[in-house]
Design a protein around this ligand. Structure first.
Ligand code: PNS
Length: 167
């Protein structure tokens, strides 16, 4: 049985992430398995959204995907995998520029926990340019982000931009 984790910062979740979640949940479902979206709580990056806000957005966008759970984690991904009995890590690959870092992470994780394998899903062509960083950049300059994230997420990003620029 596949019990997979799709880890990330999701700051915020984009259509590209949602595409990977849907496809990975379909793959997991074929083996009566589960997909855990693991939201990182201790990155080196300073996120725009709090961990609770990121989890809440993911819960909204994964509503209806019955084999998908959303959980936050801190510390090492391999420890989170052990705690949740996960045997697969799923990551999306957008372009060759993602590959080196992703390969390094996959191999480090496998060295630390040989029970866990990383599975890469090629991002849908229509989302290959998309990243959370780009979404935030466009939003901070008051550009339209509806092509990049669901309506509920766009609303939260716009509110957050107003909140941050006011202070
Ligand atoms: O969405 P991101 O920021 O590209 O996701 C990166 C993430 C969360 C997958 C990665 O930073 C991670 O797994 N962090 C947890 C700490 C860890 O296990 N580091 C060692 C991996 S080499």
């Amino acid at each position: 049985m596949i019990r997979a984790i799709y880890p990330g910062s999701f700051d915020p979740v984009t259509f590209g992430h949602i595409d990977v979640i849907k496809r990975a949940s379909r793959l997991a479902a074929q083996t009566v398995g589960e997909l855990i979206v693991g939201v990182l709580n201790n990155g080196s990056k300073t996120p725009l959204f709090t961990i609770d806000e990121r989890v809440s957005m993911l819960l909204e966008v994964t509503e209806g995907l019955s084999n998908v759970k959303v959980m936050s984690f801190s510390g090492l991904l391999v420890d989170f995998a052990r705690q949740t009995n996960a045997n697969v890590v799923v990551r999306g690959l957008r372009a060759i520029s993602d590959f080196e870092y992703e390969l390094q992470m996959a191999q480090t994780n496998r060295k630390m926990n040989p029970q866990v394998d990383t599975m890469f899903l090629a991002t849908g062509l229509e989302y290959s340019y998309l990243s959370s960083t780009i979404v935030k950049e466009v939003a901070f300059f008051h550009g339209d982000i509806h092509e990049f994230v669901p309506e509920s997420v766009a609303k939260r990003v716009q509110e957050k931009v107003l909140e941050v620029t006011r202070t």
